[in-house]
Each structure stands twice: as C-alpha cells, then as structure tokens.
Ligand binder design. Structure first.
Ligand code: ADQ
Length: 457
C-alpha cells in the first residue's frame, strides 16, 4: 500500500492545538499507518512565508508552512472561522461574509496544494481534513495530481437552504466534487450534501453513495468518527486520572457530579446548558447541596469577538446561579475556563453520575464517546446527548435531548440523577458496545478502504 498524505490546517506538532478532536483523531490514524502530515506550522511570518519546513515525530513526517499575516487574518480567522464555521453550524446570523476573504482562502488552498503536490508520487493517497480545505481537491488537480483524494468534514454539512446562504456556494460545491470520496460525520450531513447537489445542479444518485454531477462522479458517505476506545478506558485508570478524581473528590464529598467538557464555542450550547442547570435548581430544591455541576470550557479561537461575548455571558449565568443558591459549603455550578489533560478528564468523567453533551450543532462530539468509555460497569454514569450532535445517530441509548428546550433538559438531568442502577447499566452497555466496535480504527479503515479502492483513478 502506498503512503498516506494527510492535509489539515492544524497538525499535532502544536501542543496548544491538541485540545481539538481533529488533532487527536488524525494523529492516532497517521501513527498507525505511517504517513506524512501537511498543514500550517502555527507560525505567522512577518513577510511572505518561506518554503515549507519538515520534521518528523514518532514515524510521522510533517510538512509545514507559515501563514502571512494577511493569510492568517483572511483565510483562518476570516473565511474559515468567521464564515464557514458559523454557517456550517447553522449560525448564518454570526457569519461575516467577505468576498476578499474568500479569495485569500482559495489562494491558501492553492499554495498548500502546490507545496504538497511536489512531494506526491504515484501510489500515494491524499486525505484532506475539514472546512479549511474545502477547495483542496480542485487545487490539487490544478497542481497536476491525478491520484486518489479523499476528504473528511469534521463539522456538520448544513441543509441546502443554509448552505445556499454562502455567496460562494456554487464554487465551493464544484470544487468539492474534485474529491473522489467525501466523508461526513452523519447520515444527516451526507443527505444534506446530496440533496444540495441534486436540487442545485441536477446531480444523480447512482447508489453506494455515488453522485454523478459536473461531468464526474463523487462518492459521498457517512463515516462517523470514533475514539481510541481502549486507550481512553486505560486513561481513566491512570495515575493522573486518580489524582484528578481525588482532587475533585475533596470538593464533592458525597454529592453527585454532573460534568460538561467542551471547547468554549457558541456551537456547544453552553448558555442554554447553564440556563437549564439554573432551572434544575429552581425547580428541584431537594437537589440543593446534593449535586454539583462542573463545566470545563477552555477558550479557543479566542481572537474572534463572539467567543469573548460568550465568555461574558457564561460568567453572568454562572454568577446568577451561584449567587442565588450557593452556600458556604456548596457551589452549585463550577465553571473552569481552562484545559485539562486527557487522563485528568477521563478521571473526572469516571466519577461523574451525569455527562452533559448538549451542543446546538456538532459534527460528531468526541466527548460523548469519551464519557462512555470512562464509566465503570458496576456503577455507570448517564449520558445526556443533544439530538443535534452527529453522535446521536449512533448513541441512541443515551438520553437524547433538544438543547433549546430548557425545561425538558432540566427534567432530563433530574431523570439521569435519579435513574436506577439497572437502567443505567442497561443503557451504558449498549453505548459501550457501539463506542468500542465503531472506534477510531473502524472509522479510519472504512474511509481508507473506500479511498484505496480508487487507486486506479
Ligand atoms: P471539536 O469541536 O473540538 O472537534 P469534540 O469532538 O468534542 O469537539 O472534541 C473535543 C476533544 O477535545 C475531545 O477529545 C475532548 O476530550 C477534548 N477537550 C475538550 N475540552 C477539553 C478541555 N477542557 N481540556 C482538554 N481537552 C478537552 C471537531 C468537531 C466535532 C468532531 C471532532 C472530531 O467540531 O464535532 O467530533 O472535530 O471529528
């Protein structure tokens, strides 16, 4: 089998970026297949970026480029994070449409394509990741590469009505069809993309996910991403996990722990979650002093204004709940705006009675799967999962909620806190079976099988 070449904006050489599910997943898959990982170095160069740098780590070779200040502002902060991210998460209202930013976005796709194309040899397969590089298939073709190119979208693909809000949608769709295989997190995303091509460009579905459109054929399928399930279980039994358990245990006492762990992002539904927690304590006074909610949410992409506003909003909501109900020896809602190591999170998940995973939109959400793997069979916690997370298609034994329905969410937390051991075990076993059988290797193998099936293109 030829080499695998992965292209993604961030690469795992940047430890600051390892809080993202993308980095964890790609790193795991590249390490096990051996490969090359191309992307942004994380550095901004004062002038035009120099040629690429290479380095290697644990058998993975990195091919990295700096971004110019203009590229960083217009491609990364601009088009990717202030247009595509909000629109693909159904927040057209938050998008700052900017035709100039799109030009820079396209130019960065082309520049990185040229950097990678020069290194490709026949037999290689290219695997492009995420919304930063929607045009990469087309850019690589223009740079002369004729071999297989797969693409995996880690975030949702919106319904056609929302996608059409993007002024550049016809160009993006046409460029995406230069990929041979397009992977989505969920059936919902796949069907949104297919429906768009059918409605807008008279695409024809040919079965097996194949769509004939723009004079070519593209394969669009759902490949729900998994986690390193056994690795996470081990992490939950590690020394660091036990230390984290002991530390939070001193604060918890006999109280039940409800935990949420998310990057601070408006897609994660944190204000709605905090409001539901407020409602829980408004309605269920018997829980006062007996339940502690801890939300861990480290800021990310913090240079974008909406995230700063979100932080202010969360501070306000947590202040209200703790001001109303907190006592000398009880803080109802603890909110920690910082990052923890994977093992520490695993330890916290393990002793939690309830995991709150309630994004307004999420491609998959790996925290839901990690929470499941950290539980112990003799006393498992309950997962509450948003119907708008890709994970909801697989994790049907979770308590599935609409995160906008504050009263229902509050009642669902109550239900989870009072659920019998028998039901908790029953639900958890079926969740565990899915997370274990559909893990990161299952995801990678399914995708690469389809990509490698194309060696002859
Ligand atoms: P993210 O939006 O980053 O990923 P998610 O899938 O939840 O979301 O992955 C987050 C990862 O970061 C998890 O491994 C989690 O443990 C870790 N993490 C979260 N908060 C942390 C904290 N406070 N400290 C340390 N680590 C933390 C994008 C898409 C998702 C998709 C993934 C993978 O938005 O929908 O599931 O890619 O495809």
């Amino acid at each position: 089998m030829g080499r695998l070449i992965a292209i993604s904006n961030r690469t795992a050489t940047q430890s600051a970026n390892r809080a993202g599910g993308l980095a964890v997943a790609v790193w795991e898959s590249l390490k096990s297949t051996g490969g090359v990982w191309a992307g942004w170095s994380g550095e901004i160069s004062p002038g035009e970026p120099d040629g690429p740098r290479t380095l290697s780590d644990e058998g993975v070779e990195f091919l990295l480029t700096d971004l110019s200040q203009d590229e960083h502002d217009a491609y990364y902060l601009g088009y990717a994070n202030s247009v595509l991210w909000p629109v693909f998460h159904y927040r057209v209202d938050l998008a700052t449409f900017d035709a100039e930013a799109f030009k820079v976005y396209a130019a960065v796709n082309q520049r990185i394509a040229a950097m990678v194309a020069g290194r490709l040899v026949p037999g290689d397969s290219v695997w492009v990741h995420d919304y930063h590089f929607l045009l990469m298939g087309d850019s690589l073709r223009r740079a002369g590469w004729t071999g297989p190119i797969g693409f995996f979208l880690h975030i949702p693909f919106p319904s056609p009505e929302i996608f059409r809000a993007l002024p550049e949608h016809p160009w993006i769709a046409r460029a995406m069809c230069a990929f041979n295989v397009i992977g989505f997190q969920s059936e919902q995303d796949r069907s949104n993309f297919t429906r768009y091509l059918v409605e807008e460009f008279h695409g024809e579905e040919r079965g097996e996910g194949e769509i004939a459109v723009f004079g070519t054929t593209v394969k669009a399928k759902a490949y729900p991403i998994g986690i390193d399930a056994e690795g996470f279980r081990e992490a939950s039994n590690s020394e660091l996990a036990q230390q984290a358990e002991a530390r939070i245990g001193r604060f918890l006492g006999n109280r039940l722990l409800v935990i949420g762990v998310d990057r601070m992002d408006y897609s994660k539904g944190l204000p709605q979650r905090f409001e539901a927690v407020g409602e829980l304590f408004d309605v269920h006074r018997e829980l006062h002093g007996n339940v502690s909610v801890t939300q861990i949410a480290p800021p990310s992409r913090s240079k974008v204004d909406e995230y700063k506003e979100l932080r202010v909003e969360l501070d306000r909501l947590a202040g209200r709940i703790n001001g109303d109900y907190g006592d000398l020896d009880w803080i109802p809602l603890r909110y920690l705006a910082r990052s923890y190591q994977r093992e520490e999170l695993a330890g916290l998940f393990k002793i939690a009675r309830v995991g709150l995973v309630t994004p307004l939109r999420d491609g998959m959400n790996l925290v839901a799967k990690e929470f499941v793997m950290a539980q112990e069979e003799d006393d498992p916690g309950v997962l509450i999962l948003s119907e708008f997370a890709g994970a909801a298609e697989q994790l049907t034994a979770a308590l599935i909620v609409n995160p906008h329905d504050r009263a229902k969410l509050a009642e669902t937390i109550h239900l989870a806190l009072t659920m019998s051991l028998d039901e908790r075990q029953h639900r958890w076993r079926s969740l565990r079976d899915i997370v274990v059988s559909q893990d990161i290797n299952w995801w990678r193998n399914r995708f690469l099988k389809d990509l490698h099936g194309l060696q002859s293109v």
